[in-house]
Design a binder for this molecule. Sequence first.
Ligand code: NAD
Length: 332
Amino acid sequence: MSEPIRVLVTGAAGQIGYSLLYSLANGDVFGKDQAIILHLLDITPALGALGGVKFELEDCSLPLLRDVVCTDQETVAFKDIDVAVLVGAMPRREGMERKDLLAANVRIFKSQGAALDQYAKKTVKVLVVGNPANTNCLICSKNAPSIPSENFSCLTRLDHNRAKAQVALKVGVTTDKVRQVTIWGNHSSTQFPDVRHAKVTLNNGETKQAYDAIQDENWIKNSFIPVVQKRGAAIIAARKLSSAMSAAKAICDHLRDWWFGTPNDDWVSMGVVSDGSYGIEKGLVYSFPIKCQNRTWSIVQGLEINDWARDLMTKTAQELIQERDDAFDATK
Ligand SMILES: NC(=O)c1ccc[n+]([C@@H]2O[C@H](COP(=O)([O-])OP(=O)(O)OC[C@H]3O[C@@H](n4cnc5c(N)ncnc54)[C@H](O)[C@@H]3O)[C@@H](O)[C@H]2O)c1
């Protein structure tokens, strides 16, 4: 049994936290021989509820779980952590302007970036989930200059999983038979869910390009893409709460693949700091097709981009540039 790793979850008293913590603590993500100490951060009024979550984690009787540190202090929460899952964010309230929401989140992620810089291990892996996830991740990374920008990522795996599931439903296969799907851009309704390079293994064992398996380009353009882009809103409309179970599952998928690697014949989607690949402005946190190995990631190169795809990729990049500029304005 190796030394315990310290994993921070912020917003841990919230609904994603509640769906996530069991999977982190029982070895589903970092392995069945990896002991873990959970650091749970939330705001002061949520500490009572957080205490209840700690009771429940104890009651799960999990041998890998060595300690649960509940706190409202960044100095405690970020101390010596190996992994940070930044879920807590300012929610949009009735009548709140987008600009005010962004400014509130910039404050949170600026402070948490500085706390990472000061207290976390320099090898810490950071996953930003709280929205606007890409821009929050950018702000966090900018405020943690001593930590390599490759250690920062934001969650677009939920969108990726949604895209796989929609294709699987359409073709009549299980989701594991759909590979090489990509989410490009922002975790927002401008994202581009792309199946132009995806492959599907049919129930007869034959593997085809997703376009040939689906045989319905109109469905791809006019149903599949908007359904994936607007799935988050559809869940809020139906549940009156945002996605939590599927978000927690996606967080686990993202972290597990970063830790243990992606399969040879597949890739995943992660929001990462752009190195200029595919003409996306350097420095933006943009979702790309990603392969992971040895706890590092790389952008899948060489995928053909036609004019239609280029337009969609540019549109979502432009939204991110606007968010970034607004966020930087808010820090002045
Ligand atoms: N990227 C994605 O795919 C994705 C998917 C689903 C939800 N989200 C986002 O995740 C976030 C959390 O969702 P939820 O459903 O768990 O919300 P929630 O409101 O149930 O929980 C959020 C928690 O964060 C806490 N919090 C607020 N500010 C904090 C701060 N500064 N420090 C620490 N904790 C703080 C709150 O007290 C609350 O307990 C939201 O921003 C949501 O939009 C992202």
